[in-house]
Each structure stands twice: as C-alpha cells, then as structure tokens.
Design a binder for this molecule. Sequence first.
Ligand code: NDP
Length: 347
Amino acid sequence: STVLVTGANGYIAAHVIADLLSSGYRVVGTVRSQSSAEKVLSAHAVHNEQDQQNLSIQIVPDITTPGAFDKAVQADDITAVIHVASPFHLVVEDNERDLLIPAIQGTKTLLESAATNSNIKNVVITSSFASIVNIGEGLRPGYTYDETDWNPATFEDGKNSESGSFAYCTSKALAERAAWDFVRDRKDQISFTLSTICPPKIFGPAFSSPTRSESSSLGISMKDIYDLVGGVEKTVPQTQFWAWVDVRDVARAHVKALEVAGAAQQRFFITGGRYSYQEIVDVLRQSDRIPQNVKTEKLPLGTPGQGYAGEFVYNVNNEKSKTLLGLEYRSLEASVVDAAVQLVTLV
Ligand code: NDP
C-alpha cells in the first residue's frame, strides 16, 4: 500500500520514508519546492535504486491553503498519511505567522483533505514532547511525564511569548489538540484513525550525510552535535529539555503506529530516556570513532561525569511505546556518535 508523507525533505521524514520503503510500502512525499523534490528523490535513489520506483513527490507550496492536500491524498492508492511538516525554528520574527498558524492550520488542512478519501485508514502525526511538557513547572523534580500529560499553553500564551522556544512548544501542542478535536468532531464522516508520536529532543544521523555546503543550514538536531564537534560551543551547553530519542527509533514508531491495531486513537511518548549535554560530550569523548583532535581541540570538556539527569529533574516514561508498539530504543552513545561521525568530516 501507499503512504503519504508530508515534509518529505526534513530530517525525520527522510528516515520515515526510508523505513517505509524498506518495509515494502510505496511512498508519496510532499515538499514545498521543486528543488526539495529533486533532493529527496536523489537521496533515496542513491540509497537504493529499487526505492526510486516506489517513491514519488508532489509539491504543496502552502500547507495552510484550504484544499492544499486534496490532490496529494488522491495519488497512487494512498491508504495512510504521516504528517511531519511543521515549522521547527526556535527563533522567529512573528510567533503567530511563523509557528502557530502553519503548525495548527497545516494540520487541519491535512486532515480535511484526508477526510475526502475514504480509502485512508490511518493518519499518524508527528507531535512532540513539546505538547506534553508543562514548561511553567520547570524541572519538576519527582514528576514523571507520560502520554496523559498536556502542555497547557494557549494560543494567546504562544502568540505573546518572548521565547521562540515556548511559542514553538505551543504550536506543537495546539496542532496536536486540533487533530484530536478533528477526529472527535468528525468521527461519523471519516474513515481513518489517528495516532500521534511525541518525541523529545531527537539525535542521530541524517539519512544523507550532510555536505560541507549544508553545514550552515543544518536542522536543530544535527546542529546541536555539529556545534559540539565543530568547536562552536566553547562550554557545555545548558540542557533545556532533559529527554532524548534517536531519529531512527522515531521513524520506526511512525511505521509501527500504522501497522499495530492497538495504536489507533493513541498518543505515544517516544523517548530513549533522559540525558544532559555533559553526558553527550562525555560519550563522544569516550568513543573510539571520534578523532582525537576533535576530542582535544573542539569538544568542550565541562566536568566529566557530573550534571547528568538525576533527582533534580522530571523523569520520563516510555512503557506504552514498548508495550503497544513493541519499540526498542537505541543508546545515547549509538545515537550521538553516529551523528557526530557524519559531522566531524565537515569541521
Ligand atoms: P526539519 O526542519 O528537518 O523538517 C521540517 C519539515 O517541515 C521540512 O520538510 C519543512 O519544509 C517542513 N515545514 C516547516 N515549516 C513549514 C511550513 N510553514 N509549511 C510547510 N512545510 C513546512 O525538522 P525535523 O525533521 O527535525 O522536524 C520535523 C517534525 O518533527 C516537526 O513537526 C517537529 O516539530 C517535530 N519534532 C522534531 C524534533 C527534533 O528534535 N528534531 C523533536 C520533536 C518533534 P521546508 O524545508 O520547505 O521548510
């Protein structure tokens, strides 16, 4: 069967598409421009020629336009949709225009279009720990976050916040709420079930190793590791969100959510556990896959072995994803070292 994947050129979507193709699905991706379309097609073709025949791309220039996905959802016998496209920027000019509207309206537009095709049985949306965490509670010692928690921020909170990071988190929470509202309000008219995937900070390699010319336009996940191995960070950065997951495990969760009957109408917190940036630099320094000069000249030292997640900060619970989706999680070492190995060649 065929799966529609929105935002096909992104970091997560590339892994979702690769996982789908290697699991035997055909994929129709959407991107905003012809140049992105060409990049996506060639990235997957390089990986596996067979994949090229099973992947096509549609251009959807503006995901907030009513009917934007009407044509895409009719392509090639689509029976499922994975909606990944959403702005992921922590510094913006206008919270409403640049984060809230595209995230929320983009999700509603996608669902409206999905509702026009009764062959669509599953919709999976990439949400985030951003829609789980209550930022106002701070480090929240003694508390354990799981799928029952919701970021309580309102549209007004997000619109008026001085913090791009807060506004981003609000955009994800309200987009996910809009999706659950949609399937509740329209349950008699739609043929699909909804599942949402909520990952915290994602690490792990890019599907296609970044080139030197791309080093200035890395997404947030890769840039974090690049800034460590590239000597941009002179000291160990403050940890903002204390949970992480590997991008390949996130991709697997999306595909599992399509396949496992028990995933219908469920929300999943997809996390490998807690981390801190000190732990990441320690793990990189201990790895024999990281060049010696990077360890001595680039990586900040901090205080090795100190400042790891502990009793002073919330905990996280990934039991539901293990039990219902059968997910297994990579280690922090496997994740950050695999990303760093791609990036050390650029520095
Ligand atoms: P990327 O920036 O690599 O991908 C974002 C994708 O969304 C791109 O395809 C981008 O297209 C598209 N997009 C962004 N803004 C718009 C818009 N206004 N209209 C249409 N498309 C848009 O980020 P990731 O792959 O890391 O993130 C993808 C999703 O995962 C997002 O929903 C993000 O919120 C979520 N997420 C990410 C985490 C992480 O740590 N990486 C953690 C938790 C959730 P274009 O290139 O054209 O801008």
